[in-house]
Ligand binder design. Structure first.
Ligand code: URA
Length: 209
């Protein structure tokens, strides 16, 4: 079963409080999401493989470590996921960025892919899907399906706030995909919003209604 990691670092929790606050305006909301994405990227990359090399310091030769060149890709789910991309790229600037767009079919209410653009070497990359909110889990599962269908073998899912319902859906459908969150909230309301949540992440990021 996929593991769930809750990043309860004080800085992440502090910033998340202001992200939740309905009085936080678009500019500050966007900056805070960016900052939390960077902090979460720091935690999510803890297991990146390293290798030992030698460098000459001004004093002597040191055996020291560098990242062993594992290829990464970040994939935001359009549109709110875009708000987390730059924050992750600050720490992993060489990562490629794919995009997945989904819409909700008005009849089945299921997410349907309308756009997918990924790096060419899908099978060799570690993917981090980003979306601020894991609500019903429908979009997350479809985005993971979309990556797997194209050959992805290693996928992590990262979001700011998750509802227990969404976590369970990923665990049931994709037990190999670990979930990284800043907060696990109480539940979904009748409209599919996370409670207490932060409202509509896309609207708050982009100043739309
Ligand atoms: N998407 C959002 O932006 N907010 C929610 O609460 C649920 C889904």
């Amino acid at each position: 079963m996929s593991k769930v990691y809750v990043f309860d670092h004080p800085l992440i929790q502090h910033k998340l409080t202001y992200i939740r606050d309905k009085n936080t305006g678009t500019k500050e909301f966007r900056e805070l999401v960016d900052e939390v994405a960077t902090l979460m990227a720091f935690e999510i990359t803890r297991d990146m493989p390293v290798e030992e090399i030698e460098v000459e310091t001004p004093v002597t030769v040191a055996k020291t470590k560098v990242l062993s060149g594992k290829k990464l890709a970040i994939v935001p789910i359009l549109r709110a996921g875009i708000g987390m991309v730059d924050g992750v790229l600050k720490l992993i600037p060489a990562a490629k960025v794919g995009h997945i767009g989904l819409y909700r079919d008005p009849e089945t209410l299921k997410p349907v892919e309308y756009y997918a653009k990924l790096p060419a070497d899908v099978e060799e990359r570690d993917f981090i899907i980003v979306d601020p909110m894991l609500a019903t889990g429908g979009s997350a599962v479809e985005a993971i399906n979309s990556l797997k269908k194209r050959g992805a073998k290693s996928i992590k899912f990262m979001c700011l706030i998750a509802a227990p319902e969404g976590v369970k859906v990923i665990q049931d459908e994709h037990p190999d995909v670990d979930i990284y969150i800043a907060a696990l909230d109480e539940k979904l309301d009748d409209h599919g919003y996370i409670v207490p949540g932060l409202g509509d992440a896309g609207d708050r990021l982009f100043g739309t209604k």
